[in-house]
Design a protein around this ligand. Structure first.
Ligand code: BDP
Length: 641
């Protein structure tokens, strides 16, 4: 008799009862890892692809393209996964396509997975932008609302139905944004035939990055036994030299915490509880300690038996032990003041768009370390899990932002938008809660928070996020318009973006010292909360030079940074707790009269070559690290990166 599904799922109970009360999700979303009980099979590479260019974009559903091979219902082209589809071909209509696109791939499933009924086979999509529907051999297995976050379906019973058939996976993805999606957008039809061709429409968006689409992260199959570890929640704390590593799990689990050398430092066979570690190695940020980013491994081993079999599942989670606290003037990591000197990023590069790419990721981490950056914000959406794992490994501190960017229309503050926003926070916290590098949640970027409904919206959203995870502070990012402060009473840290001498008083560098000082004093005066300068910067087209500096030259970008730094140096002695440059690298945007082949505020080009501003920032960040941290011995030679 097979194990009944409910008994088969050993959901690790969350530490905080309130989590259960507010979280609507009923399964975990552990990152797929191989272990003695789990196998992973990546399905990346070449997929068949077709964009549904029919006038209503709905032919694929009307003609049920998922029922047979995609190549049987029309022409297909090659499409790499993971990648955005926009920049892969020479077809301008695909670059700017809006609507459903169809991906398909046949997979050979190991015979053993099929033969062994005690094996769960799970199909997982790391992220697809934006709305996805998934079929296996023509049967719908799941759909998911939202980009940037993973979703899964168990497909074992389907592939066992007819083991002689190959496993055909079809994924339809739609990038249409509505007033209720995150980010929001809307479709505008132009019916004036004296101006526009028949059927012409555009998608209006209120954010400043190209709305890349497609399957952006890995698609994979993984297995677990029928009884399996579904979720783990680890919260760390310490007192003197003792650590309380709290976690909760089903009674038949055993948790073992191992140090870097594989030595067991604590274990427990209780369903939930405290693992005490003596002589703990804390997780410290990069440049704050001589031995940063120390990670333990927590092995969770589950044993279960039914009338026929015994199941054993093993999942190993990297665990960094650290605390985070906020006072009215400081951000504390392990009870020591932490100053964010870092960047804002985008998942963005030539050809692959927002597609996951290991070489790019490793290069970016090398550049971050070269720069002396100790942190970044995942502007303006959750980044790939592998990026957060790199942050854990290298001690790069993260402000983890949800895709709440461009909430500018009053209709996007309604109930259905809020419900979706809460669900996205549930998914984000569920995915990222165990990363030591993640120290704060950001619920939105520059919303139109001056609008009256914003008060209820952000109060609900921020309260909900704090209840999901009481161990981390919450922020939302505001702009320099001081009227947009609804929401600010509920956050722990105020994050402000400002572009003095750029969008305001363009060309007038002399306004920066006055306006920036006023900005800080206004916000601190009203809320007495620590402040991060969460964005500042200026566009510079690499290779444009001008002295005296003029806008878009490398010299102007440098001068803006230096003026900001003078004020930041005064205010960081009081309550300013960080500065994040906009942006790490140039990135693609929608076409428009203020963008010349994308946003050029990068201190690196899109190809990751430094502009003059990168050297200014590098000099500053290493100086700040010297003042505020304890540099590892090897960092005496930063040039070796
Ligand atoms: C900020 C936005 C960011 C933009 C930046 C800019 O948060 O997304 O890219 O302005 O205009 O306000 O460069």
């Amino acid at each position: 008799m097979p194990v009944p599904a409910r008994l088969g799922v050993f959901r690790v109970l969350c530490l905080f009862a309130v989590f259960e009360a507010v979280c609507l999700l009923d399964t975990g979303m552990l990152f797929p890892r191989e272990s003695s009980s789990r196998e992973v099979k990546e399905l990346n590479g070449r997929w068949d692809f077709r964009a549904d260019k029919s006038p209503n974009r709905n032919q694929g559903f009307e003609k049920a393209w998922y029922k047979s091979r995609l190549a049987e219902t029309g022409p297909v082209i090659d499409m790499p996964v993971p990648a955005s589809y926009n920049d892969i071909t020479q077809d301008p209509t695909l670059r700017d396509f809006i609507g459903w696109v169809w991906y398909e791939r046949e997979v050979v499933v190991p015979a053993r997975w099929i033969a062994d009924e005690g094996t769960r086979v799970v199909l997982r999509v790391g992220s697809a932008h934006y709305y996805s529907v998934v079929w296996v051999n023509g049967v719908k297995v799941t759909e998911h609302n939202g980009g940037h976050l993973p979703f899964e379906a168990e497909i074992g019973s389907l592939i066992r139905k007819d083991p002689t058939q190959p496993c055909r996976i079809t994924i339809a993805v739609n990038n249409t944004l509505t007033l209720d999606t995150l980010p929001p957008g809307n479709i505008q039809h132009m019916d004036d035939h004296t101006k526009y061709p028949d059927g012409f429409f555009v998608q209006n968006i209120y954010f400043d990055f190209f709305n890349y689409a497609g399957i952006h992260r890995s698609v994979l199959l993984y297995t677990t036994p029928k009884a399996y570890v579904d979720d783990i929640t680890v919260v760390t704390d310490f007192l003197d030299n003792t650590v309380n590593l709290k976690s909760s799990f089903f009674t038949t689990l055993k948790a073992t915490l191992m140090d870097k050398n594989g030595r067991c430092v604590a274990s427990s066979s209780e369903p939930s509880g405290v693992l005490k570690v003596v002589d703990v190695n804390l997780w410290w940020p990069y440049l704050m300690h001589e031995n940063p980013a120390y990670l333990y491994s927590m092995e969770v081993r589950l044993m279960a038996t039914d009338s026929r079999s015994t199941y054993e599942d093993v999942y190993t989670l990297p665990v960094g032990i650290r605390t985070v606290n906020v006072t009215s003037t400081q951000f504390l990591i392990n009870n020591k003041p932490f100053y964010f000197h870092g960047v804002n990023k985008h998942e963005d590069s030539d050809i692959r768009g927002k597609g996951f790419d290991w070489p790019l990721i490793v290069k970016d981490f090398n550049l971050l370390k070269w720069l002396g950056a100790n942190s970044f914000r995942t502007s303006h959406y959750p980044y790939a899990e592998e990026i957060l794992q790199m942050c854990d490994r290298h001690g790069i501190v993260v402000i983890d932002e949800c895709p709440g960017v461009g909430i500018k229309d009053i209709r996007s503050f309604g109930n259905s938008s809020l419900t979706h926003h809460l669900a996205v926070m549930d998914e984000l916290v569920r995915r990222d809660k165990n990363h030591a590098s993640v120290v704060m949640w950001s619920v939105a970027n520059e919303p139109a928070a001056e609008m009256p409904p914003a008060d209820f919206y952000f109060k609900t959203l921020i309260k909900h996020t704090k209840a999901l995870d009481p161990s981390r502070p919450v922020t939302f990012i505001t702009d320099s318009n001081y009227a947009r402060d609804r929401g600010a009473p509920y956050v722990d840290v105020i994050c402000v973006n400002s572009y003095f001498s750029w969008y305001h008083d363009p060309g007038h560098l002399e306004v920066i010292p006055i306006q920036l000082k006023t900005q800080f004093e206004n916000w601190y005066g009203k809320y007495q909360k620590p402040i991060i300068q969460s964005e500042y910067g200026a566009d510079a087209v690499a290779g444009f030079h001008s002295d005296p500096p003029v806008m878009f030259s490398e010299e102007y970008q440098k001068a803006v940074l230096q003026s900001y730094h003078n004020v930041l140096d005064q205010k960081r002695k009081q309550y300013v707790i960080g500065e994040l440059i906009w942006n790490f690298a140039d990135f693609m945007t929608v076409q428009g009269i203020t963008r010349v082949v994308g946003n050029k505020k990068g201190i690196f080009t899109r190809e990751r070559q430094p502009k003059a501003a990168a050297f200014i920032l590098k000099e500053r960040y290493w100086r700040l690290a010297n003042e505020t941290g304890r540099l590892p011995v090897w960092t005496k030679y930063p040039c070796s990166f």
